[in-house]
Design a binder for this molecule. Structure first.
Ligand SMILES: C[S@@+](CC[C@H](N)C(=O)[O-])C[C@H]1O[C@@H](n2cnc3c(N)ncnc32)[C@H](O)[C@@H]1O
Length: 374
């Protein structure tokens, strides 16, 4: 047997051990998963660092978080008060990714949020709804809602798809099981009620509980200006792309949270195959994890001058300097006051609770695996 085949076989055996609930104790399984992830992230062919060519310019990293170490870049964006407010809103959503339940620790995913806010701001110039598949407690989408004052955008909806209880085991490919089951155990739990509370200030945020793609059957979405996909496994992500591709308006950004991670090879391959089939390419950003493609080239739904002029949310605001782009109450349509009762208004379009397999029990020891953040 060739050495590479032997290594693959050993990794597959280890992966099987790491996923068997009745096999090793939880802590050992987590250790094994981390080892496997590290193995997955050792890539051949990464270019050598040619620091010497740039003299002393490197200095100290200006951003060293979320598995990125960045040097010598303009970091002004990270201090922008609007960014800070939106970021904090998402980070305080009560999630337990990269931190134990109840912890308020900042998991420092600023650059991801920066990219998602940029994409969402771009989408404001297009006609159509916003969509996120893989919402959990809403770090990214709450940040977007806050940044854009989404509650004031009466002509748009923000569709938020999730099981709100973790990744369905029956959709996991063999190579994804170790990571995805680990993420279900450490990072996701029943969080629907929490999400309803989090999004209550945004009456146009539509929580759709259920398994993607089945849950798409319950909605009527015509045009999409912004699509964020973050479900951590390949199958529903490709299903979502199949479903939304023809609904994306020209120039709509699609942001994948996981595509560029070293351990997300299944998503990388599957999404590349999808992109190829539609004649586009996905950019792997230097930030590594969040990655963009833009809506169908030449596809023009929602982009005509007539439709543009029908989009009251943006026109007057786009002409203003940035500091004045916050909606002025004098110009905005009046919306009903929000209160405790509005939580009930958040639409639960698919309320049945299919069995997605067991979630982590709260008494099990917590062990944070680095790549649960993906
Ligand atoms: C990494 S989390 C999403 C994090 C979220 N984007 C945020 O900003 O906080 C992945 C989510 O995908 C959801 N998910 C995975 N597969 C799914 C599927 N087939 N249908 C619906 N939700 C799914 C999980 O329940 C989990 O909440």
């Amino acid at each position: 047997m060739k050495k590479s085949a032997q290594i693959r076989e050993t990794l597959e055996n280890a992966s099987a051990l790491a996923t068997q609930r009745n096999g090793l104790p939880q802590l050992l399984r987590n250790l094994l998963r981390n080892l496997l992830r590290n193995q997955a992230s050792v890539k051949e062919g990464s270019p050598a660092k040619e620091r010497s060519a740039w003299g002393d310019a490197w200095g100290e990293p200006c951003y060293d978080a979320d598995f990125m170490c960045i040097y010598f870049k303009n970091m002004a964006w990270i201090k922008d008060p609007e960014f800070v407010r939106a970021y904090t809103k998402g980070m305080d959503s009560g999630h337990k990714m990269g931190r134990p339940k109840g912890s308020q620790k900042d998991i420092h995913i600023e650059w991801r949020v920066h990219m998602i806010l940029w994409a969402a701001q771009h989408a404001m110039q297009l006609e159509g709804d916003f969509v996120e598949c893989g919402v959990n407690t809403g770090i990214l989408s709450l940040a977007v809602c806050d940044y854009l004052n989404f509650e004031k955008l009466a002509d748009r909806k923000f569709w938020l798809f999730d099981t709100f209880r973790g990744i369905p085991e029956d959709q996991m490919a063999a190579s994804e099981r170790a990571h995805a089951i680990g993420a279900n155990e450490t990072s996701y739990e029943e969080c629907y009620e929490l999400a309803v509370r989090n999004f209550a200030p945004y009456p146009n945020a539509m929580l759709v509980r259920g398994k993607v793609p089945e849950s798409f059957a319950n909605v009527d979405i015509q045009r999409v200006a912004y699509l964020s996909i973050d479900m951590n496994i390949a199958k529903p992500e490709v299903d979502a792309m199949e479903f939304f591709w023809d609904k994306l308006v020209k120039g709509a950004p699609v942001v994948f949270d996981d595509y560029g991670w070293a351990h997300s090879g299944e998503q990388y391959d599957a999404l590349n195959a999808f992109a190829r089939s539609r004649g586009v390419k996905i950019a792997t950003l230097p930030t590594g994890h969040q990655t963009l493609i833009f809506g169908p080239p030449g596809f023009s739904v929602g982009h005509s001058a007539e439709m543009q002029s029908n989009c009251p949310a943006k026109d007057w605001r786009r002409r203003l300097p940035k500091w004045r782009r916050r909606p002025n109450p004098l110009f905005c349509r009046r919306l009903p006051r929000r209160g405790a009762a509005s939580a009930a208004k958040v639409t639960a379009l698919c309320s049945e609770e299919p069995d997605f397999g067991p979630t982590r029990k709260s008494d099990e020891p917590f062990s944070y695996a680095a790549s649960d953040l993906g």
